[in-house]
Design a protein around this ligand. Structure first.
Ligand code: F42
Length: 326
């Protein structure tokens, strides 16, 4: 098992560098930085992290193929790879529709765009001259002027077809989920894709990109994760809610409370224990360890501690290091 940590650059980059250094000292293997246009830039953040750490792997978690052309993404991640002495990982997913609507970008064929972009990015990083006439990605003989080295490519994926594609073409998959029931399904879909491509499914690192909150006080840990879980419920497909015995009607109520900024209602019972159980790894170190062990048994190979990590990030990173990574 490897252990990763996610940071959202809504915090200043130097603060994230401090947390990343601490995570490295505590034995984390990977740091993943999210990419949204309204936060600090993901590659600037990774560059600062590269200069402030020595061994932790540095990934986009995840960028997308719509706001950045595949050649630009290849050049950016290859630069981080060079600066960090070969520690870069590219995490790529199709992004989300609401963001692209706000940016005036049409979100056509997310799966095809992701697949073709990965093909192009791999070729650019290898130093090839790229000529492509895909459905969504086209290049007329573009080539990078430097070699990118070895950069693993991970996919952000939840849907069945995306997970299958991840099994076919990726080095790893970052799955936004926390519960064994979701991974039972996902692991099978990834394995089906790998078999289709003639690969051993073990070649694909299966990462639980989880809503994680740890504290010695279970109630404090859970309370810190409630708002994140509310957003997950509001954005989950009905099928996923039903898998966890949650009435899909709750989605509209929670979405309404989020839209009104009514955090009192969300924290006051709207986010149920069942939702917390389904969509977070939260509680004491022993609670978190028990869930992690269940996930490992099913085939998860990397645990990513995602937002909020804990009521106090610094304490939470140290607790994970001491009690879980050990
Ligand atoms: N998104 C961001 O914008 N920034 C982030 O930092 C970020 C982090 C992140 C971390 C982990 C993670 O798992 C996801 C993350 N995301 C982030 C979201 C990510 O970018 C994707 O939005 C998300 O993972 C994709 O969700 P999904 O796997 O459900 O895929 C969607 C697109 C979907 O609908 N998939 C379908 C499926 O079955 O898998 C397939 C749809 C399909 O086949 N489409 C056809 C095609 O060619 O694209 C076209 C069909 C037609 O009729 O046109």
């Amino acid at each position: 098992m490897t252990f990763g940590i996610e940071f959202v650059p809504s915090d200043p980059v130097l603060k994230i560098a401090h947390y990343a250094k601490l995570a490295e000292q505590q034995g984390f293997d990977n740091v993943w930085i999210t990419d949204h246009y309204n936060n600090r830039d993901v590659y600037s953040t990774l560059t600062v992290l590269a200069m402030n750490t020595n061994s932790i792997k540095l990934g986009t978690g995840v960028t997308n193929p719509y706001t950045r052309n595949a050649a630009i993404t290849a050049s950016s991640i290859a630069s981080v790879n060079e600066i960090s002495g070969g520690r870069a990982i590219l995490g790529l997913g199709p992004g989300d529709k609401a963001t692209f609507d706000a940016m005036g970008i049409s979100w056509d064929k997310p799966l095809t765009t992701t697949k073709e972009s990965i093909q192009a990015i791999r070729s650019f990083i290898a130093g090839d001259k790229v000529t492509m006439d895909g459905d969504m990605v086209k290049f007329g003989g573009a080539k990078m002027a430097f070699k990118g080295g070895n950069v693993p490519i991970y996919m952000g994926a939840q849907g069945p077809k995306m997970l299958e594609l991840a099994g076919e073409v990726s080095d790893g998959v970052l799955i936004n989920a926390s519960h064994p029931k979701d991974f039972e399904v996902a692991v099978k879909q990834i394995a089906a894709g790998a078999k289709k491509a003639g690969r051993d499914p073990k070649e694909v690192d299966v990462a639980a990109y989880a809503c994680f909150s740890i504290d010695k006080d279970a109630a404090k840990a859970k309370s810190a994760a409630q708002i994140v879980v509310a957003f997950i419920v509001a954005g989950s497909p009905d099928m996923v809610l039903e898998r966890h015995g949650i009435d899909p009607a709750a989605k509209a109520d929670i979405g309404g409370a989020i839209a009104k900024g009514d955090f009192g209602a969300l924290m006051g019972g709207m986010v149920t224990d069942g939702m917390m159980e389904a969509f977070s790894i939260s509680g004491t170190p022993d609670d978190c360890k028990a869930r992690i062990n269940e996930l490992l048994d099913i085939g998860v190979t990397q645990i990513v501690a995602g937002s909020p990590i804990g009521p106090n990030k610094e304490k939470a990173i140290k607790l994970i290091g001491k009690e879980i990574i050990g």
